[in-house]
Design a protein around this ligand. Structure first.
Ligand code: ATP
Length: 574
């Protein structure tokens, strides 16, 4: 609720109108049986003047009720929509301010559920809330008091009915509240499974994993169905229990009134009115129940939204814009452990790179190469030591300066749906077509782009599904180099290129980006052999730092990787 308040305050006028209209609606609803009672008594007495006059009032009251209902629905809907829109955009902005580690902590699919499903729950409760929340207690209390006034001698029937209704409600909701929390968790699971499956659909198909995936999805979906069905069963018992109680109350009061009707003929009109109030009380209780369910679900959703809104980004940047800094890189006793891991992934890493150098990074899988590269782009901060770029600790660099200095190209970089040029302009807003051609030339992408009917304006589909793996990598490298970064990190970024194209990319980088520091992470030693220096990583430590010749001559880890690869090549070629 605390999360919601500031948002409701922004729509004060809508809140007031919705509340006033609901009071008018409740008044009209409550007063109708009362007037009906007067009209019935007049009919029994044959008092035509009263029948006519009160009949007009009755119609007037119904019209007031209808108009108030319409106004309330319009303003509640406006309010709900406004609050949901504001919450969604605040949530989105907050997620944008998150560090990479924060997104990983929540998980992308979980954040997506919070931005869609959870916001929808809140929108529904705000809408229902302003239609019902004030209506339910008013209607309940009003109907109770008026029923008492109408037939005071039957107070004990009303009180008895209330006690049973509350006892049944309390018992069921106690049981159900756990199910609501469970439902939300199960929705998350279903989303995660569906998302993973659809994102990896190629792998699923190629490894004929459909049956496995279907069974995974069915399990998650069955859990959701199971818990939703349990809520349904509770309701299935709850509703008849309410109606049974109300009907017993009605039958009992009709029976008692029937005994005295000859002596008290006005009881006939009074009992009609009394029954209407009993039904209104029941209506309030049932709607109150539904609202409680929606409210407890929305409360869980609000909690989840609040958690994201309150989360402090784990990384902040200094303000300002220094422009790009020089391309020197220095790791000074850097140690880093991933959040939640026990052992460090990088251990006391020390090295220096001069601007313009080409550095290769090799090591067994899992040795920490990507982690090391991510520290330069400041996706994570070290636990100990410092990472310096252009002689400045990256933690002291404004975000924009760092982005202008470092371009990080991954093995599977994301291209955004739109066009090729739009993707390139995300990095360099004013990129001309000459500059695009120049960058594509380096990445060996010009040839296939220029064969596309729309060349640089060719569409990029969602998840760049209209390009092959090699084409995607070439486009990612094009995007990486277009702004002529001071530091270019290629993290296995040429793995889908054939040896000839890879060589051409490297030669073009040497020729056109002479001032750029290039850090190449590669599985194959052949990709980094010609580097000025090669760093050898082993289990998070640097165990070698030298040229290919030096390392081949005196570094055991490097020799082993080199020999294994040479043997494989021999087998492949042989
Ligand atoms: N986000 C993460 N959270 C926790 N541990 C991680 C995370 N990313 C990587 N690791 C762990 O850190 C270690 C180093 O991973 P990293 O990706 O840096 O290795 P790598 O040398 O680049 O491997 P590869 O050559 O297979 O890409 C691995 O043991 C990995 O399990």
């Amino acid at each position: 609720m605390k999360v919601l308040m500031p948002y409701l305050k922004r729509y004060r006028k809508d809140v007031y109108i919705a509340l006033i209209s609901i009071v008018a609606l409740v008044f009209a609803t409550l007063w109708q049986p009362r007037l009906l009672q007067v009209v019935m008594n007049a009919i029994l007495k044959g008092d035509k003047a009263t029948i006519f006059q009160q009949g007009i009032f009755l119609i007037g009251l119904a019209v007031i009720g209808i108009i108030a209902g319409i106004i309330n629905t319009i303003y509640s809907a406006r309010l709900a929509l406004g609050v949901a829109t504001d919450l969604r955009s605040d949530l989105y902005n907050q997620v944008q301010s998150f560090a990479y580690a924060d997104v990983e902590k929540f998980s992308a699919s979980n954040l997506a559920v919070r931005m869609t499903n959870d916001i929808n729950q809140v929108q529904q409760i705000v809408m229902a809330g302003f239609q019902q929340i004030s209506r339910i207690p008013l209607l309940f209390l009003g109907a109770f008091i008026l029923a008492m006034v109408t037939m005071p001698q039957q107070w004990w029937i009303l009180v008895g009915m209330m006690i049973i209704v509350f006892a049944v409600t309390w018992y069921s909701y106690q049981k159900m509240s756990d199910y609501f929390t469970q439902t939300q968790e199960d929705i998350d699971d279903v989303n995660t499974v569906a998302r993973e499956n659809l994102m990896g659909i190629r792998v699923v198909k190629s490894f004929v994993q459909e049956p496995n995936e279907i069974s995974k999805f069915s399990k998650a979906s069955d859990r959701l169905t199971g818990v939703t069905a349990k809520i349904g069963y509770n309701f299935a018992i709850l509703m008849p229990a309410y109606f049974l109680t109300a009907n017993i109350a009605v039958v009992l009061s009709v029976y008692l009134v029937g005994q005295n009707l000859t002596t008290h003929p006005t009881y006939l009109a009074a009992i009609t009115s009394f029954i209407s109030y009993v039904m209104q009380i029941l209506f309030a209780v049932i709607n109150g129940g539904f609202l409680m369910i929606a409210a407890s679900r929305a409360n869980i959703s609000l909690g989840r939204i609040g958690e994201v809104l309150k989360a402090k980004p784990s990384m902040t940047y200094v303000k300002g814009d220094r422009g790009p800094v020089e391309g020197d890189v220095e790791f000074d006793h850097v140690t880093f452990t991933y959040p939640g891991d026990d052992a460090p992934t990088l251990k006391d890493i020390n090295f220096k790179v001069k601007a313009g150098e080409m550095i290769g990074v090799v090591g067994a899988t899992g040795s920490g190469k990507t982690t090391l590269a991510q520290m330069i782009a400041r996706l994570y901060d070290p636990d100990e030591g410092s990472v310096k770029v252009g002689d400045t600790d990256v933690r002291q660099l404004p975000e924009k300066s760092l982005l202008e200095t470092v371009a990080y190209v991954l093995q599977r970089s994301t291209l955004f749906s739109g066009t090729i040029s739009a993707n390139l302009r995300q990095v360099k807003a004013d990129a001309t077509s000459n500059q695009m051609q120049w960058a594509a030339g380096i990445a060996q992408a010009s040839e296939f782009i220029e064969r596309l009917p729309l060349t640089y304006d060719a569409p990029v589909e969602e998840r760049s599904s209209n390009f092959s793996g090699g084409q995607k990598q070439r486009l990612s490298i094009t995007r990486g180099v277009i702004a002529e970064p001071k530091i270019l990190i290629l993290d296995d970024a040429t793995s889908a290129l054939d040896a000839k194209s890879e060589k051409l990319v490297q030669e073009a980088l040497d020729k056109d980006l002479t001032k750029t520091t290039t850090i190449v992470i590669a599985e194959k030693i052949s990709s980094i052999m010609r580097a000025d220096r090669i760093l050898v990583l082993d289990d998070g430590r640097i165990v070698g730092n030298g040229t290919h010749q030096e390392l081949v001559a005196n570094n055991a880890v490097y020799q082993q990787i080199y020999q294994t690869q040479k043997a494989k090549e021999g087998v492949n070629h042989g």
